[in-house]
Design a protein around this ligand. Structure first.
Ligand SMILES: [Zn+2]
Length: 422
């Protein structure tokens, strides 16, 4: 009976995704890559020349390469001088590819030199007639790609298994830095992503572009992310969710990167040292080696930077009328009272001052003058999308959200499925 329902639901889902695919064809411009028929490269028809391809070798200089190819010394000196702003001949780098185009006739003269400083940028020196040199960029084609995965051990492994560009791992962890702790992912967490890949001449892969849209399911909780330009003049892009909420939070999840929580906020904590009496712990302890930077979790003004009793050296920051944060047991502070700090600024370093048994920062979170557990608080988001843009934004993301919802997870067939097929 249950299986029957599952099948019915599955079919309904397929139909809606089929519709989406048809509509999406015009929108997403998924391009099939074909080898070009004509061999035009760098703006030249390769068939017209004898083509020499090589890379800059150890000890090579521009002059030496040119002399080897029968370009005389005065011409080399002239290029070095006249075109030094276009092409600094001293800057050629070992290992970079270059192409020499020679005439197919009996003179076999060097006609064009092309130096590729990276997969996209190149310099052309054209020796035919009066020598000219210029810089150009390869035409880059962006191809939209979809990917998905279920996490068994780590995100990076799941990404590698699917043959997805490794940079996507970094991009995802940046997009979700405020909402998901990527060091504490759960087995079974899932992701879907729509991103761009760059191709030169339709064939040469030149890296992953930005993530257009992503979906992450952590502990069964869904997190959508859509890339949106909120300020086209300054090219400011942000990621917002399906309800136009900013993915960034007003507060970082933790004041220390790459740390572990050694003790959580706990009002009923009992400590053997104090005869098992209740000693509430109103902070969250992050253990890290002495000297590890401690970051301001949000913008604000330093209210206190001092040393007092069991707290040791500490900093307290007032963020607004509602929130303040406090960071205890520092080795040293990096800020003074009255100073304005920004989210992520280093305000001090992990130490052991005051009452502590090991190096950690005790992070205390104040809301309306009372200490609360930041890990349980629904913290305010960073600047939401402007009201004037919200309608436009929701219209923009609708096709991306459909596309995301229709991506199927790629995973190995489970044992359950295998026995079902027998
Ligand atoms: Zn503590």
């Amino acid at each position: 009976m249950h299986k029957y329902w599952g099948l019915a639901l599955g079919l309904a889902f397929l139909v809606s995704c089929k519709d989406q695919k048809q509509a999406g064809d015009e929108l997403s411009e998924v391009v099939t890559i074909k080898k070009p028929v004509e061999t035009r490269q760098f703006g030249f028809l390769m068939n017209d020349f004898e083509v020499v391809q090589d890379t800059i070798r150890d000890g090579d200089s521009f002059g030496a390469i040119m002399l080897r190819n029968k370009i005389d010394y005065p011409k080399i000196a002239m290029i070095a001088e006249t075109y030094k702003d276009t092409f600094d001949v001293r800057r050629i780098v070992k290992g970079k590819p270059y192409v020499i185009l020679k005439s197919k006739d009996s003179t076999n003269a060097t006609e064009v030199f092309i130096y590729q400083s990276d997969p996209i940028n190149y310099t052309v020196i054209d020796f035919r007639g009066d020598v000219v040199a210029y810089n150009k960029k390869q035409k880059v084609k962006y191809v939209t790609r979809e990917a998905s995965g279920v996490i068994n051990s780590s995100l990076s492994e799941a990404i590698l298994q699917q043959g997805i560009d490794y940079n996507i791992t970094n991009s995802l962890s940046e997009i979700y830095a405020w909402s998901i702790d990527f060091f504490r992912l759960q087995k079974g967490d899932k992701f879907k992503v729509i991103y761009k890949e760059k191709y030169i001449n339709d064939t040469i892969y030149a890296g992953a572009g930005s993530i257009e849209a992503a979906y992450f399911e952590h502990n069964g909780e869904p997190f959508y992310a859509f890339n949106y330009v909120t300020d086209s003049v300054r090219n400011i892009r942000e990621y917002y969710d399906h309800e136009a909420k900013n993915l960034r939070r007003a507060f970082l999840r933790s004041p220390v990167q790459f740390s572990r929580i050694s003790s959580r906020y706990n009002l009923n904590r009992r400590i053997a040292f104090y005869g098992n009496k209740v000693r509430p712990h109103k902070g969250t302890d992050y253990a890290a080696p002495i000297g590890t930077p401690i970051l301001a979790t949000a913008n604000g003004t330093v209210e206190e930077s001092t040393r007092r009793g069991g707290n040791g050296k500490y900093v307290k920051i007032k963020h607004n009328g509602t929130y303040s944060t406090q960071y205890l047991h520092m080795k040293a502070q990096n800020v003074k009272k009255g100073q304005y700090v920004k989210q992520g600024d280093v305000i001090g370093w992990i130490g052991m001052t005051g009452n502590t048994s090991g190096p950690h920062v005790c992070y205390r979170f104040w809301k309306n003058g009372r200490q609360v557990d930041p890990l349980r608080e629904k913290l305010p988001t960073a600047d939401p999308i402007a009201d004037s843009l919200k309608k436009q934004y929701l219209a923009h993301i609708a096709p991306f959200k459909n596309q995301l919802d229709c991506i199927e997870y790629i995973e190995e067939p489970s044992e359950e499925l295998l026995t079902l097929n027998e």
